[in-house]
Design a protein around this ligand. Structure first.
Ligand SMILES: Nc1ncnc2c1ncn2[C@@H]1O[C@H](COP(=O)(O)OP(=O)(O)OP(=O)(O)O)[C@@H](O)[C@H]1O
Ligand SMILES: [Mg+2]
Length: 1080
């Protein structure tokens, strides 16, 4: 919420004098002093602003201040000139009311500064834009130009306005400035030729001499030294705090901005220079023969230079200074001028030249700043007129100035009271008139058309006969003697006869601001404001466009014998117009007060301020304001300000503001005679009531401040938290976005890879298919081509010579094969399977076939051979084959057995009678009968036995007797052991516990070992019940069971001496060594 200060906040003294309690002159002054000491230079009386001149720059006019006061209510902030300017500007813009700002006060009180502040404020707050800014700039820059030409240092003010200025600023409906019109009132031109002690001529003279370049000065024929010019007073030529040279540049710049052309600026400066030169022209008397005195220019150099500057013929001007032509009807009378008259003429010319130049400047500025559009304008007038003046010597100028101030005071009284009264009537408040001093009587003394001082003066000036200032005073003494505000020594009013403070040549007027003693000297002349026609004609003849414009009455073609209106009547008329103009507008007052006479800061001269307060009628102003009600406020702001004091209106009042205020007042128990309800405002009679309301409000504010603080802290924390939360969401959102982006990019690149692979795969697949298709097409084409070729070849083969080669080849091959097979038939080897012969191959290419045929032939021959075998022979060969499987490459004896046929019955046992008995004992058919050596188990010596082998038994019988020694059933036989050597030993191992195994295993030796073992193996296999084969161990060391002993039979290769015989020797219980002859 925007912080609002009020007129009533942080008050130093009282911001509005209406609230002063108790109201007296002392308290009024004390309040002003207190505020002045605290740099509070502005104080209100209701809507009137009192402004104290601080005589130093205060930091209260910054752009920030402008913003502070912009669009705020008048009483909302502490008193300021900006508040008044804002109020005026807003009611002009929003309510379409023309405004005028009336700035009054005595010389040096700060009127000009105040007017500039108002203008700068309005410029700052009104619209902007290129065109508008240009207008604003031109309006603002007109000030430095007019100040340079119209202001001068006086004893009261270093920058005293010596002319009255009223500026109408024109605005469009939006409140944007369109342009302006400046009216000027009577420049104090006597200053051009003479300045009172301690004062200066107009600023521009000093600025030109100090600030112009050497070149410019040379062109203007001027010297930088002030002392060279009679019109420039020397005693205070340099003013503290004024930099003339810088000001000159500012002025030139301002002229350029306002729109002066280069040649116009030059012409203006030439005129200023001409005035200075004019002051230097001096005259000397020259007696004429007729006894009269005639004046002559003393040193013609200045005259010559001046004439050169203005383009005037020197002789013409010289003559104009010496003669005066008076035209009456058709008569022309020329009289000579004496020295005094010549000086008078010179000064009159200088004054006229300068004042006309000044008027021209105002016209020229008006031309530049005039509004371009013809639409209806709203107007804000700013009046900055010379202040009320009381000098030691007061002349016609002071009389005019003070008259003007009287008129302004008059309008102030009228308008303020009228406005005040109208407000009460408007608001429906009961009102009784208030007495106040009305200065209308003084205005009447001066301006009355019948017997007013001005009318008397005009009468004197126009009267034929000798007219002097004294005759004028006499007239006043007779006409105005009775007037209570007119004092003169010689008047009929006897009470001043002995008043020595009132010289004979003076009269005194009791102005509203004090008594002023006017010396009548010069009144008639100044009022006449005569310029000899010879001079104006001389000026008109000048070869200088500006001069020519300034003296139109010098044109001989337009000679006007009518007297021009006097200065006084002109001024009266223009002031009258001004007053009428002001009355049509809504007035806003700024009453400037000068705190001291020393132009110094921090000094508050009570008597001086008191005097101003009195004559400005400020006390009366306050009284008038308070007579009704001290304070008034519209219902809305009043309710807004105090609504917190009542529960029913706080925090919101729903309903009309007036009803709210009524509720408020009832609740607060304010006595009913203390206030009144107007139509739109509440009127509070006594300041005390307001202050008590304020005090209650202050206390309430403290409580509210705590509440606001509490709520604010809560709000701040909450806002901070929400901000953090919001930020967190933003951060999270950003992070998620970032993360999703990354993820998306990853997915995208992965997708691209997958896609590229898929596409690659698809493309390859497609390529493959296309290639396949192409190959198919090519294959089809090729096949078709070959097929066609074959077809064609087949059809045409018979016609090809190339086929002959193949046919010949096949034929040759057939012939060769035929020959080969026939040749082979003839050279076939014998049918013996052992025949290794085979004819040599005839051709290399038949190599494989030849070898293959050899194998086929051999297999065929073997088959043939086998097919011739008988059953017995087949059995013999099967035995041989079994022997080979058992012993080949295992026993050294085997090869020698291969060629020996297996006879079986070597003893011819059935035929031999010797063995008849034996044969009868054997039930089965004898499969083998042979003589073997049975090795004695004890000593290893052999004894011959007959070995019979039947299908079921192995029988050992004595060779001599044929008696059966042992019979072993084949199932009792577990295995047969033989050596690897070339011997015939073998051991028959019996099943332990069988009947045959009583004496142990048999160790035998046979000459037909291979045959015996083979048969035994064959029979053993067939005899076994379970199909178990008989084991044949072939080893050089094996164990045999002799009765209870297990004896190792070991075969060793015996020495050569034993020859081929095998010897067997029992070495010990465990070892029986068989010595075998070494094989060859
Ligand atoms: N508000 C202000 N702040 C600072 N200085 C100021 C202010 N008002 C006036 N002054 C000073 O007082 C001087 C006189 O003021 P200003 O020229 O406005 O007086 P004035 O009332 O116009 O007098 P006059 O009637 O002689 O023209 C200024 O030159 C300036 O130095
Ligand atoms: Mg001024």
């Amino acid at each position: 919420m925007e912080a609002k200060t009020s007129l009533l906040d942080n008050m130093i003294g009282v911001g509005d004098m209406v609230l002063l309690e108790p109201l007296s002159e002392d308290s009024f002054l004390e309040n002003l002093r207190k505020r002045f000491d605290h740099n509070e230079i502005y104080t209100y009386i209701g809507s009137v602003v009192i402004s104290m001149n601080p005589y130093r720059s205060l930091p209260i006019y910054s752009p920030e201040k402008v913003e502070e006061y912009r669009n705020r209510n008048f009483y909302e902030l502490s008193p300021h000139i900006y508040a008044l300017a804002d109020e005026a500007y807003r009611s002009l813009r929003d309510q379409d009311k023309d405004q005028c700002i009336l700035i009054t006060g005595e010389s040096g009180a700060g009127k000009t500064e105040a007017s500039k502040l108002v203008m700068s404020y309005v410029a700052a707050v009104c619209g902007k834009g290129q065109e508008v800014n240009k207008v604003k700039e031109q309006l603002l820059q007109s000030n430095p130009v007019l100040e340079a030409f119209g202001n001068a240092k006086t004893v009261r003010n270093d920058n005293s306005s010596r002319f009255g200025k009223y500026m109408d600023i024109e605005f469009d409906f939006k409140g944007d400035p369109l342009g302006g019109v400046i009216s000027n009132y009577l420049l104090e031109k006597s200053r051009v030729v003479k300045q009172p002690r301690g004062e200066r001529n107009f600023h521009i003279f000093y600025q030109l001499l100090s600030g112009a370049s050497d070149d410019t000065l040379e062109k203007l024929k001027l010297d930088r030294d002030f002392s060279k010019y009679n019109y420039l007073s020397l005693d205070s030529a340099v003013v503290n705090g004024l930099d003339d040279a810088t000001s000159f540049r500012t002025v030139k710049n301002a002229m350029q901005i306002v729109g002066f052309m280069e040649n116009e600026v030059q012409s203006v400066l030439e005129l200023v220079a001409a005035v200075l030169k004019l002051g230097n022209i001096e005259f000397k008397p020259e007696s004429r023969c007729n006894g009269t005195d005639e004046s002559r220019v003393k040193d013609k150099n200045d005259l010559k230079e001046m004439c050169e500057l203005l383009g005037i013929e020197q002789a013409v001007l010289e003559r104009a200074f010496s003669y005066r032509t008076v035209e009456a009807k058709l008569e022309k009378v020329s009289t000579t001028l004496n020295v005094a008259q010549a000086y008078y003429a010179r000064d009159a010319l200088a004054k006229n030249l300068y004042s006309r130049l000044f008027s021209w400047l105002v016209t020229r500025i008006n031309e530049s700043i005039k509004a371009q559009t013809k639409t209806r304008h709203k107007v804000m007038g700013v009046l900055d007129i010379y202040g009320f003046e009381i000098f030691e010597d007061n002349s016609f100028e002071q009389f005019i100035i003070n008259y003007c101030n009287e008129k302004l005071q008059q309008i102030f009284i009228e308008l303020t009271l009228r406005e005040e009264q109208e407000e009460y009537v408007r608001e429906g408040i009961e009102w009784t008139n208030i007495e106040y001093f009305n200065n209308a009587i003084i205005c009447d003394l001066i301006e009355n058309n019948q017997n007013g001082i001005m009318a008397m003066l005009d009468e004197e000036c126009l009267r034929p006969g000798t007219v002097t200032d004294e005759t004028f005073l006499d007239k006043l003494n007779t006409v105005c003697a009775e007037h209570q505000h007119f004092e003169s020594r010689l008047s009929k009013n006897s009470k001043f006869l002995n008043d020595h403070s009132l010289p004979h040549s003076c009269f005194r007027i009791q102005h509203y601001a004090g008594k002023v003693l006017y010396c009548v000297e010069g009144f008639v002349d100044k009022n006449n404001d005569l310029l000899y026609r010879d001079l104006s004609q001389a000026m008109y003849k000048a070869n200088h466009s500006l001069i020519k414009q300034l003296f139109p009455e010098g044109n001989p073609a337009k000679v006007n014998l009518k007297r021009p209106p006097t200065a006084g009547s002109q001024f009266k008329a223009s002031v009258g117009t001004l007053m009428r103009n002001l009355q049509t507008k809504n007035p806003n007052y700024i009453r400037c007060i000068k705190p001291n006479d020393k132009k110094a800061p921090h000094i508050f001269t009570e008597s001086l301020v008191c005097h101003q307060v009195r004559y400005l009628g400020l006390m009366e102003n306050v009284r008038v304001r308070r007579a009704g009600y001290a304070f008034r406020q519209a219902y809305e702001p009043c309710l807004e300000r105090y609504k917190m004091l009542c529960k029913r209106t706080w925090p919101h009042w729903r309903g009309p503001a007036r009803a709210g205020v009524e509720v408020l007042m009832t609740d607060l128990q304010v006595p009913s005679d203390e206030f009144s309800y107007g139509r739109s405002k509440i009127f509070i009679r006594n300041p005390r009531t307001l202050f008590s309301l304020e005090e209650r409000r202050r206390q309430c504010l403290q409580d509210l401040a705590t509440l606001i603080q509490k709520i604010y802290r809560g709000w701040k924390c909450r806002t901070h938290f929400l901000l953090l939360k919001k930020s967190q969401i933003v951060v999270a959102a950003w992070y998620r976005r970032y993360a999703q982006q990354k993820k998306y990019q990853r997915i995208k690149s992965a997708t691209t890879v997958v896609q590229s692979y898929t596409r690659g795969w698809q493309a390859r697949k497609l390529l493959r298919e296309l290639k396949h298709h192409k190959r198919c097409e090519e294959a089809v084409t090729t096949i078709a081509a070959y097929w066609h070729g074959t077809q064609v070849r087949r059809e045409y083969r018979k016609f090809f010579r190339a086929n002959a080669g193949k046919k010949i080849y096949n034929f040759t091959i057939q012939r060769i094969m035929q020959k080969y097979f026939l040749g082979l038939k003839k050279t076939l080897p014998s049918m013996s399977p052992v025949d290794k012969n085979w004819p040599a191959r005839p051709y290399h290419f038949l190599d494989t076939a030849h070898t293959e045929l050899s194998t086929i032939f051999h297999l065929w021959r073997c088959k043939k051979y086998r097919s011739q075998f008988t059953k017995e022979k087949k059995a013999v060969y099967e035995e041989k084959l079994e022997a080979s499987e058992l012993f080949k490459d295992k026993k050294s004896l085997y090869p020698s057995s291969v060629s020996q046929p297996f006879k079986g019955d070597y003893l011819e046992i059935s035929k031999n009678p010797k063995y008849q008995k034996l044969n009868s004992c054997v039930e089965e058919k004898v499969l083998l009968a042979d003589v073997v050596n049975k090795i004695n188990r004890a000593n290893g010596k052999g004894a011959t036995r007959i070995l019979l082998l039947t299908k079921k038994n192995v029988v050992l019988a004595d060779q001599k007797t044929g008696q059966v020694k042992a019979s072993v059933a084949l199932p009792d036989l577990t295995s047969v052991s033989v050596s690897t050597q070339n011997d015939g030993f073998f051991a028959l191992k019996l099943k332990e516990g069988s009947a045959s195994a009583v004496k142990g295993d048999f160790l035998l030796s046979s000459e037909h070992l291979i045959e015996t073992i083979t048969k035994l193996h064959h029979i053993g296999s067939t005899a076994s019940d379970d199909g178990e084969q008989l084991n044949i161990d072939i080893s050089d060391e094996f164990l045999v069971q002799f009765k209870q002993d297990k004896v190792c039979v070991k075969f060793i290769q015996g020495a050569q001496k034993n020859g081929s015989s095998v010897s067997c020797k029992r070495k010990n219980n465990r070892l029986l060594e068989v010595s075998v002859p070494a094989s060859a």
